[in-house]
Design a protein around this ligand. Structure first.
Ligand code: ATP
Ligand code: AH0
Length: 370
């Protein structure tokens, strides 16, 4: 089938709320990343997002406002990127906009992302593809993770089994065997608890290179308690979010015992161990003999976490996706450019072996410009 080859834009603002990633990607033949940039999210917007991730008062009004506010930020980020790269809007075939996840309840059958695509189309004058998760949910899937299809398309090898590990706010793996079905699912927290604890005690958005965690000693009893959460023991398909992994959950667990007497640094070390163990347990359970592991997402910059994963996953080799030709910071945004390309060309975007959907299907709605 002849597809529309050309330039697509992917926009991603993930569960970490660290920024809005925009990736400009040539697709259709070999993928080429033309340019990428991360734009800040204003503090008031972050607060509004966090305020909607848990049930509360006046939700519809607050969501309506946020939907517009985020769309304006996404459109401004796209327009800025086009200007920076000296590109015309007529050069872009479509934008794939993930939106900001507000609530993800796959067992109830919904996943809600904010950032009105109509407004993005109006303010960029470019066609927008958005609402990628709900068609997969409509066919009984989790609606997440979606990037494994992109990982399979870009990073699969016929010689050696590979695992692509995204460490964002949450962590998810994609298992790429040399033959047979691709698997993938969320393993649990990525940086979300590390970030929240670091902010609480040091007023910093994240633990630079994991140095604070590395200064503490993890507590085995607290780790065991955190690891007893049913999510870690469920069989895939599975996906998660801030609904489960948040500071209130952590505090609840700490308050249940004397663990709250641990020093903040020891608790940070325990959270790093929780992230590392939940990831390594998942990879080991896949029983592929020493797969090559490639990391993407902001967690790739957490030296202490990567160090610990190397120990736990020996003798597998661990590198970032940079070794496969894609900088770890832009994989997710590039994936949404690719998903836009798939949708615009009438190609499926989900993998039933990952999400549990009953069929492969085209993901996303098309919002025309003009
Ligand atoms: N130098 C660093 N040292 C330690 N951690 C870092 C560093 N740089 C980024 N991070 C971590 O990476 C996070 C951002 O990761 P990323 O952008 O992949 O998340 P996301 O896309 O929001 O999440 P998700 O994949 O769950 O949607 C930051 O919040 C921080 O925890
Ligand atoms: C509902 C939602 O936004 N989930 C995110 C989150 O962040 C990581 C992990 O949890 C993954 O399931 C997903 O993001 C990527 C982009 C995905 O769908 O593959």
């Amino acid at each position: 089938m002849k597809t529309q080859a050309g330039i697509y834009i992917g926009v991603m603002s993930g569960t970490s709320l660290d920024g809005i990633d925009v990736a400009v990607v040539q697709l259709g033949q070999e993928l080429k990343l033309i340019g990428a940039k991360c734009y800040p999210i204003p503090n008031e917007t972050k607060t509004a997002i966090l305020g909607l991730t848990q049930p509360g008062d006046n939700e519809i009004e607050r969501l309506g406002k946020l939907d517009i506010e985020l769309a304006r930020l996404f459109a401004a980020a796209i327009n800025h990127t086009l200007h920076d790269l000296n590109l015309n809007r007529s050069d872009i075939l479509a934008i794939g906009s993930h939106g900001q996840t507000i609530r993800h309840r796959p067992k109830t059958g919904f996943s809600l992302q904010a950032g009105d695509p109509n407004l993005i189309a109006a303010q960029t004058n470019i066609k927008v593809i958005a609402d990628f998760r709900r068609k997969d949910l409509a066919y009984g899937g989790e609606g997440a993770p979606l990037v494994p299809a992109f990982h399979a398309d870009q990073f699969k090898s016929s010689h050696t089994s590979r695992v692509i590990l995204n460490i964002g706010g949450m962590s998810n793996i994609t298992v790429l065997p040399t033959q047979g079905e691709v698997r993938g699912y969320d393993t649990g927290p990525g940086n979300v608890l590390l970030d929240a604890w670091c902010y609480r005690h040091r007023s910093l958005p994240y633990d630079q290179a994991g140095a604070w965690a590395a200064s503490g000693i993890y507590n085995a009893s607290l780790l065991e308690k955190l690891m007893s959460l049913p999510f870690f023991h469920e069989t895939p398909p599975k996906s998660t979010g801030r609904e489960q992994f948040n500071i209130e959950w952590l505090e609840h667990m700490l308050n249940q015992s004397a663990d709250y007497q641990l020093s903040p640094a020891d608790i940070q070390a325990t959270l790093l161990e929780l992230t590392a163990r939940s990831i390594s347990d998942a990879i080991i359970s896949e029983k592929h003999n020493a797969p090559e592991i490639y990391i993407c997402g902001g967690g790739a910059h957490n030296t202490a976490l990567i160090q610990r994963l190397k120990q736990l996953l020996e003798p597998s080799s661990i590198a970032t996706t940079e070794s496969l030709g894609m900088h770890p910071d832009w994989v997710e945004a590039a994936a949404f450019a690719w998903l836009a390309y798939r949708a615009l060309n009438g190609l499926s975007g989900n993998l039933p072996s990952v999400t549990g959907a009953s069929k492969e299907t085209i993901l996303g709605g098309i919002y025309q410009a003009g």
